[in-house]
Structure formats: C-alpha cells, structure tokens
Design a protein around this ligand. Structure first.
Ligand SMILES: Cc1cc2nc3c(=O)[nH]c(=O)nc-3n(C[C@H](O)[C@H](O)[C@H](O)COP(=O)(O)OP(=O)(O)OC[C@H]3O[C@@H](n4cnc5c(N)ncnc54)[C@H](O)[C@@H]3O)c2cc1C
Length: 479
C-alpha cells in the first residue's frame, strides 16, 4: 500500500491524496458525522487522472469506493479501512451549455443545484430535483438513477442523460458523449452504468438534456380525510392538468405533525390544521402564468366541489411556495429518533392503503408505541417510510440535521432485521420494489430477491464479472 499511495501522489499531486489518518477528519456521510474510514482518499482533477488512479488500483487489486456528495441513502458510498475512496470533489466543472441543442456537458462531480442554476440562467430547466440538491452530484445521481420531485413530468435521471463518459475497472476510458435525442447505433452502453452504484465504472462526465423553463408555477397544500380522496384527486388533477402537473407529493398526518411541530428545531409553520389524515402538495408548471393559474384553480375547485379536497392553501408568493415544500423536505427530522429505520419502496397506488394498514398492525404488535412516518412521491408509486420503534428515545441532533454518530446496539440491529422483514416481505406479492429510487447498496442487498428474480440477479452478477473481473469497484455492493 505505501507504494500505491506514492504512485497516486505522483499521479494526482501529493496535496490531493489523504492518508488513513487524514481521512478521519472527514464525516462519513451527509447525515453522519462519524469519521470516514479508508486507506486513503484521492481527488483526481479530470477523466485522465481518474483513469490513471483506477489503473494503478487495478494492478494491485485495490478496492475503490467512489464518492460524490455522500448523500446516498443505501450505504453504497460506505467504505472500510481497506478501501480507497475516489472523491470527485475537484471535478465540478460545467464544461459547456448548448442553448439551441438544449444540453449541458458537465464533469461528474458537479453539484446538482449548480446545473439547475446554470440552466435557469439561460431560460432552460434541468428536469431533476431532490432535497439533497445542494450537495449531491451528477455522478451520484447517475450512479443511483436518482428520482426526486419531478419524476412525474421528466422521468428519473436515466431520462436526463444523453451521453456519458465512464472509467472502467481496468482504467479504460469509455466515452459515449452523445448529445442527440436519437442514436440507435448498437447497444446504448451508458444505460448499463445508470443505477449501477459505482460497481461497474466511475462516471466522469455527462451530457444532460435540458428543457424549456417553466416560469409559471402554481403550488397548493391540500388536506384530505382519507387516502381514497387523495388518490382520486391525483387521477382527476392528472387528467385536467396533463403534462403541467409537475409534482404530487403525499404526506400522512404523523410526518406533517413532526414537520410542523414548532417546538422542534428545523420544523416549519403549519399552514393548515394538523388534524387531517393525509396531505398532498400539488404543483403545476407552465409558461403562461394567466392561463396556467386558471387551469390549476379550476382543477382544485372541481376536486373541492366533489368533496375530495377538504381544505387547501394556495401559495401566493415564492416564499409561501418554499414554506409549503419545506414541510415535505424536512425529512431529516425523523432522524431525531433512535433508532429510525428508513425505507424507500414502490408499490401500486391501489395497494398502498392495505399495505400501510398491514405493516402498522405488525409493527404495533412488536412495538406498541411505534411511530410510522410516511410520505412520498404518490404519482410515482413511491413511498418513503420511517419506522421509529421507540419514539420517545432521541439522538442528540443539535442542528436539526446532521446527527452525531449513532451506533445501534445488538438489540436494535436485531429490530432492524425484524422491521425489514415486515416492510419488504409483502412487496413481492403486490409487485412492489424494495428500492424505488435510493438503490440497493449494502442496506438492501439481502432483500434484492424480493424484487428481482433469480435469473435477473444471476445476469447482474454476469455483467459485474465481465466488466470488473477483479471486483475492485465498490465490491460487495448490490450483488
Ligand atoms: C435530504 C435528502 C433528500 C434526498 N432525496 C432524494 C430523492 O428525492 N430522490 C432520490 O432518488 N434520492 C434522494 N436522496 C438520496 C441521494 O441524494 C441520491 O441518491 C443522490 O443521487 C446521491 O448523490 P451523491 O453525489 O451524494 O452520491 P454518493 O452518496 O456520494 O454516492 C451514492 C452512490 O453512487 C456511487 N457514485 C457516486 N458518484 C459516482 C460516480 N461519479 N461514478 C460512479 N459511481 C458513483 C457511490 O459509490 C455510491 O454507491 C436524498 C438524500 C438526502 C440526504
């Protein structure tokens, strides 16, 4: 290893290689301030340096874990003392933006929000948005095939990527920097790397698709007495607003109460009473503010007259819009509880209510005081659920966000296993998935078989073996 570190210092510059002691001054995750563990951390500046680093690691069989913004929620970014962390933090450059062709070319370490802002400056829009926008990177978004808040209209990350450059496990640079909507010249190789969580290659650059900006925005927070009312309203608004419906997010009462509990640091004001069973945020976006607003208001009025929506507040300013979205995006508040088991599942909308009733019954039988926080991207069939078995137990959470290290006791680890079984087992029968948008990483690896067949998993192994026979890229993750 000392030889490898000297070689890496030579390849990228000594100041861009941290040794095992220096890496411990860094946090291991966006939400966890415990010291990062790694043999070394390397910060290459460009694709050629990534290639040289990977080639050197390949030669000696050194495992490599790639880091973007370390906001991933499946432990795909987790490293051990034996791993080398490859951080793309020096590869944040926006290389070019083509207004006529509606594309932007970036280095993979570029932060999502910077791409969004660069597009907006030119009257365009990047169709991916998620709560971690200020920290997560384009490479991380591609590696996890991130979803987020605008999937209903623009699709997941896969739909935003036109071209990509990847460094393979032996250091080969695979450049597929296509910038066109149509290119059926053989296999679309870039798709292999979307959602591969750093196990098949290191994404170094990408060409992303941009869309026309939608400056007219209408946002409403809606309240309901039942889940059926919410799902009926979604169907109705989808047909009335069609492609203009940008987001339809659901929040069940316990999470609404937590997020608007003003005695908790980081919470926000409740624009509607906290006594309703379910809430939703509906947002439409378009380019003609007068007609867009009138169509949006009409859709809401119709749903209110039909008795579906029982209360509503409509944002009258950008600040009011941001306040409404904060209720949904205050997701780190669930981390106050210790332990807090976090899930990201997908399942058919018409199975959601019975699924939630079923898991609640089983969880309550184990932990009578259990708190279940559910919210998510209803229109994408994607729910986020946090289970807090002992809700009265809090972790120290001084900033309302990052938590100090939480090490689960043996008993809590056992509880996690029991909880996983309750949450994941019913998904097979209803055609759901153990991971809607966060990926498999280490956390959900034992449960992959609930959502993928034996043959699918065998084919994943075959691809991994073909592209990374020495298994140096994020070994042990996914399969
Ligand atoms: C507050 C919050 C809200 C979130 N909301 C959403 C949401 O709505 N939707 C959603 O999908 N996710 C969400 N996430 C999860 C997370 O932000 C996404 O998974 C994101 O895409 C990860 O990007 P990253 O740069 O932080 O990647 P990391 O966390 O650094 O890495 C994630 C995985 O990708 C691999 N990787 C990273 N960069 C590269 C690269 N260049 N090449 C190859 N592999 C790479 C890593 O090895 C790891 O396996 C949220 C997270 C937080 C903390």
């Amino acid at each position: 290893m000392p030889d490898l570190i000297s070689e890496l210092r030579h390849l990228v510059g000594a100041e861009h290689v941290l040794d095992s002691e220096q890496v411990q001054q860094r946090a291991s995750h966006f939400w966890d301030s415990s010291p990062l563990q790694a043999r070394a951390l390397v910060k290459p500046a460009n694709t050629e340096e990534v290639s040289a680093v990977i080639k050197a690691c390949h030669k000696v069989g050194q495992p490599v874990v790639t880091h973007g913004g370390i906001t991933g929620l499946a432990d795909g970014e987790k490293s051990t003392r034996n791993d080398l962390v490859l951080s793309l933090e020096r590869m944040r450059h926006i290389e070019s933006l083509d207004v006529a062709g509606r594309t932007v070319t970036v280095q993979a370490g570029c932060v999502l929000q910077h791409v969004q802002e660069a597009a907006q400056e030119k009257g365009l829009l990047y169709g991916l948005d998620l709560g971690a926008r200020g920290s997560c990177t384009i490479g991380g978004n591609i590696a996890t095939n991130a979803g987020g808040l605008s999937v209903l209209r623009y699709g997941m990350t896969r739909e935003q990527v036109l071209g990509m450059e990847v460094v393979l496990a032996d250091g080969t640079i695979l450049s597929s920097m296509n910038a066109m909507m149509k290119n059926n010249a053989g296999y679309d190789l870039k798709q292999l790397f979307v959602g591969s969580e750093g196990t098949l290659g290191v994404v170094t650059r990408a060409v992303l698709r941009l869309r026309p900006d939608t400056p007219s925005v209408n946002t409403a927070l809606l309240a309901f007495e039942s889940f059926t009312q919410v799902s009926d309203t979604l169907s109705q608004m989808s047909s009335k607003l069609n492609a203009q419906l940008n987001a339809f997010e659901i929040i069940w009462n316990p999470f609404y109460r937590l997020s608007t509990n003003e005695s908790i640091k980081g919470s926000t004001r409740a624009p509607l009473s906290d006594n309703y069973a379910v809430y939703a945020i509906a947002e439409s976006q378009g380019s003609n503010s007068e007609s867009d607003t009138s169509v949006f208001m009409q859709a809401l009025e119709d749903a209110m007259q039909d008795g579906q929506i029982v209360d509503a507040v409509i944002a009258q300013s950008e600040k009011e819009r941001a306040d409404i979205w904060t209720i949904r995006e205050n997701v780190d508040l669930v981390l106050r509880h210790q332990p807090a088991f976090i899930y990201d599942i997908s399942l058919p909308i018409n199975s959601m209510e019975s699924y939630l009733d079923n898991i609640e019954q089983q969880l309550k039988a184990l932990w009578p005081d259990v708190l279940i926080y559910a919210y998510g991207h209803l229109a994408d069939s994607n729910l986020h659920i946090t289970v807090a078995p002992t809700p009265e137990k809090y972790v120290h959470n001084p900033e309302g966000a990052n938590v100090e290290t939480v090490v689960y006791s043996d008993q809590e680890n056992e509880w996690y296993g029991m909880c996983n079984k309750i949450m994941f087992e019913p998904l097979s029968a209803i055609g759901g998935s153990v991971s809607a948008e966060h990926g498999i990483g280490l956390l959900k690896k034992p449960y992959l078989h609930y959502s993928r067949t034996e043959q699918e998993i065998a084919t994943m192994r075959l691809i991994k073996k073909a592209l990374d026979p020495k298994s140096i890229l994020n070994p042990g993750k996914i399969v």
